[in-house]
Design a protein around this ligand. Structure first.
Ligand SMILES: O=C(O)CCCC[C@@H]1SC[C@@H]2NC(=O)N[C@@H]21
Length: 243
């Protein structure tokens, strides 16, 4: 495995995507930056963290092994890898807030952003970007953020946590490649934040409604049991969970 360690870049996802366009990248090439000047999250959000304190990295994976239809499985696999590592570090109350926020004690500790690499006009690979809060303890204007240090009181070596994450990620990628998709989905669903509990959501018109999270579809839509006893599917643009 090749790890490209950078001091600063705009976004490790962008860096890895341009690297993939220029050269024939080997599987599992990792770009890790101590600082990102334009870190991005889902739905056009920003991912800004204190330089050198947290992990911001991206992993390259060929689409030949994980198809575009299975892209959500890569997100689930990455989420499970993060969850396992956090549990090994004795972080409490770890859950995934659908689709890509890993929480500890209801606060966000990690975000994952998967993007496609288009080469010569065709889908070539995916880039799995992970932002994990490790040693940062103070956030300005970021509500509900936490880190490994905040949760444990212990300062961790970033390289050590990265190695743990990559090892665990390979474990789940192997599960994917072995076709054990059901197990990945089952494990992901079992650690969904507020699963099986009545929760309040906002729809695209910002109207409140109540639903009970049942699980996810193969494409990553959220399944909600609603008051009329129907189970409806939602994508990220269509709803927001209220805490
Ligand atoms: O919370 C989210 O919506 C996802 C955040 C993903 C952040 C990571 S940090 C490494 C990689 N590079 C980026 O620009 N984003 C991802």
């Amino acid at each position: 495995m090749r790890i490209v360690k950078l001091h600063t870049t705009d976004s490790t996802n962008d860096y890895l995507k341009s690297l993939a366009k220029e050269e024939n990248l080997e599987e599992d090439t990792v770009v890790w930056a101590l600082e990102q000047t334009n870190g991005r999250g889902q739905m056009g959000t920003k991912w800004a963290t204190e330089p050198s304190k947290n992990l911001t990295f991206s992993v390259f994976r060929k689409i030949q092994q994980i198809t575009i239809d299975q892209q959500f499985y890569a997100l689930m696999a990455a989420s499970l890898a993060v969850k396992d590592v956090l549990k090994k570090l004795l972080i409490k109350n770890v859950a995934v807030k659908w689709p890509n926020d890993i929480l500890s004690d209801k606060k966000k500790i990690c975000g994952i952003l998967i993007e496609n690499v288009i080469k010569k006009g065709e889908l070539n690979a995916m880039v799995i970007g992970v932002g994990l809060n490790v040693n940062q303890t103070v956030w300005e204007n970021v509500p509900r953020a936490t880190s490994i240090k905040t949760q444990t009181g212990i300062h961790f070596d970033l390289q050590e946590i990265l190695n743990m994450l990559l090892e665990q990620f390979h474990f789940y990628v192997k599960m994917l490649l072995d076709g054990d998709l059901e197990k990945i989905k089952e494990d992901y669903e079992s650690f969904l934040f507020r699963k099986d509990k009545p929760s309040t959501f906002l729809n695209a018109n910002k109207e409140q409604f109540v639903g009970i999270i049942q699980g996810v579809t193969d494409q990553g839509k959220l399944l909600l049991l609603e008051e009329d006893n129907r189970i409806n599917e939602y994508d990220l643009k269509e709803l927001e969970l209220c805490f």
